[in-house]
Write a protein that binds this ligand. Structure first.
Ligand SMILES: *[C@@H]1O[C@H](CO)[C@@H](O)[C@H](O)[C@H]1NC(C)=O
Length: 380
């Protein structure tokens, strides 16, 4: 019985004494549902059709962000009792890309996250219920290396060109010749036979049909539509620097497109470990920002395959203090309707069977993705 007692104690003591403590959370989310950012000349659905400008957040998108904000509130305010229900700038920082849809998304998501905050007037009948205005920080688009992947970076542009000119990628473009020929013949634009053209057309029709179920012109057959969607899925991660078409990942390209964000997140982790007191840092950006981050973590394929991150999809990075040191835990939610699931084990260099990654392992594995300075963008 002594042995039994002893083993019971050994099982119980860690449970009782466990001092796992959440120290800091940073999140990266994609904006919500939006209109296309533009379209081809003969498209029957031009800007006027949508009722809001090109690329703008729709009311559906606002709703998605609000719901995602509420899900994060349940996690970090209600369940973990980590962030206070009452908004404070000493606890929370919000940063967004300078694109209207991203700023609007940040605003909608934080309205959900702080829907329990008492920091708003109650004596104005038209004041939106439970809404606290919050500062959303941003930097100009062409200076935002953290959130606009590859912006104003000559070296990453050059590497992308190099990548799309590799023989097996050119073969892939050529294998889509029928789609490209139909686009050139019918879309009314002076378009090139390249991946940009495919992305441009898909950027419009993928939303028109895939999200809004609009009737497309006759030349866009189901075959063309499905073939184009498949081609985009097949090529995008590769063009962004991921492995594909018999080439390994381009670590330098990933570093220049997404390493500035990774660097910022690691700086945030270091500040949090030295006790700066900030608890929650939210970042509002694009699908390409999330794709870039997941590629840089080596986790993209295992988390969402080749798919594009959905509207309001969110990555969280938690910093935990455990008995033997600091750990990071990453989670991902596909969209406004999906729960968060741990993805830490998919990060290269992190333990394969654990939701927690020792900070030293995380820093080591991240090293090659961290740019020394913005000067790397000017390299020849
Ligand atoms: C999409 O539109 C078609 C034709 O306009 C209609 O038959 C179909 O039910 C719609 N699908 C959905 C999911 O709304």
């Amino acid at each position: 019985t002594q042995m039994l007692l002893l083993s019971v104690l050994f099982v119980l003591i860690p449970l009782v004494l466990s001092t796992d403590q959440l120290v800091f959370v940073q999140t990266l989310f994609r904006h919500g549902d939006r209109t296309p950012t533009g379209t081809y000349p003969t498209d029957p659905y031009q800007e006027d059709f949508w009722g809001v400008p090109w690329g703008e957040l729709t009311t559906t998108g606002m709703k998605q962000e609000f719901l995602q904000g509420q899900r994060l509130k349940r996690l970090y305010v209600d369940k973990e009792q980590f962030v206070s229900a009452k908004y404070s700038r000493y606890e929370t920082t919000i940063r967004s890309c300078d694109a209207p849809r991203c700023i609007e998304s940040a605003s909608a998501q934080m309205a959900g996250f702080y829907s329990g905050s008492p920091t708003h007037p109650n004596d104005l009948p038209d004041w939106p219920s439970n809404w606290t205005p919050m500062p959303i920080h941003t930097v100009p688009h062409n200076e935002d290396r953290e959130l606009e992947a590859g912006t104003d970076c000559k070296r990453s542009d050059a590497l992308t060109v190099e990548r799309v000119l590799k023989p097996s990628f050119l073969d892939f473009i050529a294998s889509n010749w029928k789609i490209i020929a139909d686009i050139i013949m019918h879309s009314g634009g002076g378009v090139e036979a390249d991946f940009d053209t495919l992305q441009h057309i898909w950027g419009a029709i993928g939303i028109e049909k895939g999200v809004y179920n609009l009737t497309l012109p006759d030349w866009i057959t189901d075959e063309l539509y499905d073939g184009l969607g498949a081609a985009i899925e097949e090529g995008t991660d590769y063009v962004d620097g991921g492995a594909g078409f018999n080439y390994p990942e381009d670590t330098e390209l990933l570093r220049l497109r997404s390493g500035f964000l990774l660097k910022e997140w690691i700086n945030n982790l270091n500040s949090a470990m030295s006790g700066n007191g900030l608890k929650y840092h939210a970042y509002s950006a694009h699908d390409s920002t999330i794709t870039g981050l997941l590629l840089t973590l080596g986790a993209k394929e295992n988390v969402i395959g080749k798919a594009n991150p959905g509207y309001a999809s969110t990555v969280t990075c938690e910093l935990w203090k455990r008995d033997d040191g600091f750990y990071v835990k990453f989670m991902y939610s596909d969209d406004a309707y999906s729960e968060f699931a741990a993805i830490t084990r998919f990060i290269t260099g992190c333990p394969e069977y654990d939701d927690f990654c020792p900070i030293s392992s995380f820093l080591d594995r991240s090293q090659k993705y961290i740019p020394q300075s913005a000067n790397e963008c000017n390299a020849a």
